[in-house]
Design a protein around this ligand. Structure first.
Ligand code: ZN
Length: 141
């Protein structure tokens, strides 16, 4: 799976992810349009990336590439920006996306609430916001 990566470095005013430690492989993959999660030898799958498995404590669980599709578990429409850089984006939608691969992640949903519902199918796309990171954003399929 390689989703599109839209270059938004010029206009993005939101927070910029800073790849460090366990998150470096995750952010490097986003630049290529790939969404990765960690799958430990014990079978646990997790996202966001962490230095240890949340189920068994093993260090540096390996990364696997997600299919980049899932469903909307829940969402909220934000009228008050959570960050100053989101001020001119309100209202915007943040959702908990349940990937078909298993892990769940919070991400922007690039659509109006009238265009989807809880349970709707979504696919990942990426907005490149720095030289080092592209944030995953989901759109209804
Ligand atoms: Zn584990």
């Amino acid at each position: 799976m390689n989703a599109s990566v839209e270059d938004r470095r010029q206009e993005w005013e939101g927070p910029i992810p800073v790849p460090t430690g366990a998150t470096e492989p995750f952010w490097a993959a986003t630049l290529e349009g790939a969404l990765c999660y960690q799958e430990c030898d014990c079978g646990n799958r997790q996202l966001y990336p962490r230095a240890v498995c949340t189920a068994c404590g093993a260090e540096d669980p390996p990364f696997e590439e997600s299919e980049g599709v899932g469903t909307i578990y829940t969402y909220t429409r934000c009228h008050v920006p959570g960050e100053p850089g989101f001020g001119d984006r309100t209202p915007y939608v943040v959702g908990a996306i349940e990937l078909t691969d298993g892990p769940r992640l919070l991400a922007l949903i690039d659509a109006k609430p009238s265009e989807f519902a809880v349970g709707s199918s979504v696919a990942v796309t990426f907005w490149r916001v720095s030289d080092d990171a592209a944030i995953p954003v989901f759109v209804p399929e």
